[in-house]
Write a protein that binds this ligand. Structure first.
Ligand code: AMP
Length: 178
C-alpha cells in the first residue's frame, strides 16, 4: 500500500513488548514512500523558511525521522543516545522508565548556546524520554523551539510535561490508550 495516509500506515501490534501495551510500529510508515514523505513534510511545515540550527533525534527511531527533518530544514543533526554509545565528551541525564531508571547522553559540543533546535522522536507517551532530552539541550543553552512526534498517546499526558518546559509540541496522529 502506498497511500500517504499516516494513521493507516502505522502498524499496531497488541501485547508487544508485553501484555497490555499496543506497540505503534512506524516501520510500515517508513516503508511507504508517500507516508514517510508526508510525515516529514508535516513535521517541518510550521518551520519551513525559519532558521533552525540543529535537529536533535532520540535513539533510535528519532534518528530516522530527525535525519530527514534536518535535511529538509538544511539544519545539522544531533544524536541523543543511550548511555555509553557516544565516543567524545558527553553530558548525560537520568530519566525514569516504567520500571527503573535509564540514562541518555549527547556530546557536550553538539549544540552551541543560543542555537535554535527542534527535537524529534517517533512517539510521545508519558513524555519522560522527551522531557529528559529537552533538559539536556536546555542545560547546554540551546533554545528548543519545538518538540515534534509522529504519534501522540494523549491519555498518557506527555504533551503537558514538555509544554511545562516552555517547548511547544507538534504531533500528527493520536491513538487512545497506551
Ligand atoms: P515516553 O517516555 O513514555 O514518552 O515513551 C516514549 C518513548 O518510548 C519513545 O522513544 C517511543 O519510541 C517509545 N514508546 C513508548 N510507548 C510506545 C508504544 N506504545 N509504541 C511504540 N513505541 C513506544
Amino acid at each position: 500500500m502506498n497511500t500517504g495516509d499516516l494513521a493507516g500506515a502505522i502498524r499496531s501490534i497488541p501485547d508487544y513488548p508485553k501484555p497490555g501495551i499496543i506497540f505503534r510500529d512506524i516501520t510500515t510508515l517508513l516503508g511507504d514512500a508517500r507516508a514517510f514523505r508526508r510525515a516529514v513534510d508535516e513535521l517541518v511545515q510550521p518551520w519551513a523558511g525559519s532558521k533552525i540550527d540543529q535537529v536533535a533525534g532520540i535513539e533510535a527511531r528519532g534518528f530516522i525521522l530527525g535525519g530527514a527533518v534536518a535535511h529538509q530544514l538544511s539544519a545539522g543533526f544531533v544524536p541523543i543516545r543511550k548511555k555509553g554509545k557516544l565516543p567524545h565528551d558527553t553530558v548525560s541525564i537520568a530519566y525514569s522508565l516504567e520500571y527503573g531508571l535509564d540514562e541518555m547522553e549527547m556530546h557536550k559540543d553538539a549544540v552551541e548556546p543560543g542555537e535554535q533546535v527542534i527535537l524529534v522522536d517517533d512517539l510521545i507517551a508519558t513524555g519522560g524520554t522527551a522531557e529528559a532530552a529537552v533538559k539536556l539541550l536546555q542545560d547546554l543553552g540551546a533554545h528548543v523551539v519545538t518538540a515534534v512526534f509522529v504519534i501522540d498517546l494523549p491519555d498518557l499526558g506527555g504533551r503537558a510535561k514538555i509544554e511545562a518546559l516552555g517547548v511547544p509540541v507538534r504531533t500528527l496522529v493520536s491513538f487512545d490508550g497506551h
